[in-house]
Structures are given as C-alpha cells and as structure tokens.
Design a protein around this ligand. Sequence first.
Ligand code: ARG
Length: 458
Amino acid sequence: MKLWGGRFTKETDQMVYQFNASIDFDKRLYKQDIEGSIAHVTMLAKQGILTEPERDSIILGLKSILTDIENGSLTIDQTYEDIHSFVESHLIERIGDTGKKLHTGRSRNDQVALDMKLYTRDEITELDLLLKDLLSQLLSIMEANLTTYMPGFTHLQKAQPITLAHHFGAYFEMFKRDRQRLSDIYKRLNLCPLGSGALAGTTYSLDREYTAELLHFTGATLNSMDSVSDRDYLIELLSACSTIMMHLSRFSEEIIIWNSNEYRFVELDDAYSTGSSIMPQKKNPDIAELVRGKTGRVYGALMALLTTMKGIPLAYNKDMQEDKEQTFDAIDTTKNCILLFTGMVSTMKFNNTIMEASAQNGFTNATDAADYLVNHGVPFRDAHGIIGQLVLYCIEKNSSLDQLSLEEYQAVSPVFQSDIYEAISLKTCVEKRLTKGAPSPEAMKEIIALGYNYLNGN
Ligand code: ARG
C-alpha cells in the first residue's frame, strides 16, 4: 500500500518506483520507527487528539509488528516504499481504521529525521563501548610493558629509545579523544525533531517537549525547517568515524611494519593471520591491511554526504534519502574494524628481545650522549657536533656508541669519562625521561593510573 496516491491518475512507473524506494536499506530502522510512533501516539492521546483506547490499540498493534519482525514471522519486503509505509500499512491491516490515525500531526520528514537520530544515538553507544574495550586492552599491554625497550621513530628512522608502554600510550590518547568526540556529537544531536511536520510544524496542539522526554531527548529542536533538513550530526559522526579509522589505520600500518620479516617486533596470532594460496611459508597481516584499506571507504561516506548536502535548499528534499546507505555502511565498517583490531592487538605477541636489540643499534642514544657533554659544561650546539663526529666514526667502523673505547671518546673530546657508558645505556636513556608524558617507567606509571581512573569513571 502507498501512503499517497489520491492526487495521481496514473500508476508510478515501475522503474521510478524502484529508484525512489528506500525500503531495501531503511528497513534497518524498524525499531526506531516503531519506538518513535509509540511516543507520538502517547503524546497525541495526552493532548486529547487521540482517545486512550485508540492510543492503546495503536501501541498494541505497533508492538505486535515489532515482535513479529524480531521473531522472523514478519519479513520486511520490497512491496513498500520505505519502512514508514511498511509499519503504517501493517498497522492498518492489523487494527483497522484506528491505524489510519497514527500519522496525525506528523510527516515522514520529521519521522525519518527522528528515526535517524534514534539510530545514531544507539550506534554512538555501541561505538563507544567498542572503543572502551580497545582502550582497556591497550592499558593492560601498557602496564605489562613499562620496561620493554624499543626504538622511537621520526621519519621512520630510529630516533630515541622509548618503551612499548609509551608507544601504545600514544594510541590510548587518540582513542580516548575519539570517545570524547562521540560524546560531544551525542549531546549536540540529542534534541527531538518530531512535531516539526513536513517543514512548518502542525496546527494540532502537539506537546513536543513531552514527546522529547518520552524518547529521552534533552528537549525539542527549535526550528521546524532545520529539524527536517538537518543532517549535521551524521556528518559529524562520519567525521568522527573517519578519525577513528585514521587512528586504526596508522596503528595497522605500524603493526604491518613490525610484523614484517625485517622487523619481527611482533608476531600476530595465527587466528588473526591468513596464508597464501601459493607460498606455503606466508603468514599475512590481512586484518591490519583490511582495516587500513577500509579507512578509504569510511572517508568516502563522509565526502559523499558532505557533497549531497551542499546544494540542498531548505527544507526536506529527497536527496537526503542518500544519507542512509553510506552512513550505515560506514558505521558498520568502523564498528567491525574496532572489534577485529582489538582482537588482533590483544592476541599479538611482542618480541621484546628483538625490539630491545633494535633500540640498541641505530644511535638512539646519540641525544643522550650529547646531553652528557652538556651536563659537563659543553654548550649543546658543540656537543651536537662532537657526537655527530663520533656517529660518523662508528658508521665507518660499523660500531656503536656503547662499543667505543674511552680512548676513542677522549680523542674527540677530553670531557668524556668512564661514566659515559652508564649515561648512554638504554636503561638510563629511558629512565631519565621523567617529564610528564615521557617514556620513563616512573612517568608512565602516573599516566597509566590516570588511564585506569578514566576508564573506571567513563
Ligand atoms: N525515505 C525517505 C528518506 O529517507 C523518507 C522521507 C520521505 N519524505 C518525503 N517527503 N518523500 O528521506
């Protein structure tokens, strides 16, 4: 059954019907659509627009539709234009003429705006839980690896020694910000558009604040035209998902590098790796690669919606139906990626010995050697030059700063004494980095404690 047709003299062309229909993808909004309708009729009855028996009969009908969809006895099929028509038609079929009163004082424009907001709220909650789980896995890995030394990189060149705890701590901060972003979006979107009608409100005496309260919004939206044509919250969510994916993708990239034959910093669990159909020796990091790859798809959804929205005059236009497919896909993709990534990271093994050996070579202690000179009165710029000379000498000799003899040191500067070895040991280099947010175990313990407080409070 169509919800319109009175003013038409011809049937819709079949191809037009299919092009126009959205049931194929908006069927996933059935729960939100029914929930919104129940709140709407509850409000209508409170305002005396529907009688209480009418309200009860409609609610009973709607609930039976919900139950039947969920237990599989009612399938949402293509015979309806969209989920709104599907629910309303089935309601009328089940309870008769009273069902025809459901849509009093409502348009599909405010209805779909409501459904999408309800859906977005649920999805934000799910995304948040998945991120929280990822954060708590990261935190336990951090706690267990306060003295797992590894090289820190800039330009993908070994720079200074850090610890695994410190490296993971960087991602902890990123995903923490992602959760904050989600919570901001939730707060901003949490105003109820229902009661805005097609664009200009209605002539019925609706109590919009009451409907908002029933649906756990903080209040009603303030402009009916904006209410039916606002998709900012979807753009914000897609942007937040894009940022989450960007973080996951950077992390994936590092894991792919660390898992490579050249690095061997980590080994992925067999359950999270795949093989090759031709090369028997292969164990590939496909999950990390897919997460990295799917990032493009989520960015695409953001660009698509921004582009769809850019030329739309007020108020509702059918272009907006295009908000759904890619948004659904992007949210599903992001949720899946967080879930799989969390599993991959928490089962991954770290090759501490290889990481530490890698931090030992590559002159990650060169800055500390320069700092040694500074502490003995040499100006930093001169110290930098002296150590630079020593590094060059080591490269030519295929040696490292810790392997040079004291004579070799003193040949370049008499300031060096035998305590230089202690000063540039990996342990010292890390332990002395005590500034807030730095890698020393002492500084990291404080950060980890803050991390636990954060997770317990949020
Ligand atoms: N399927 C539509 C959408 O997703 C529902 C709103 C339809 N409104 C209309 N005036 N045709 O946007």
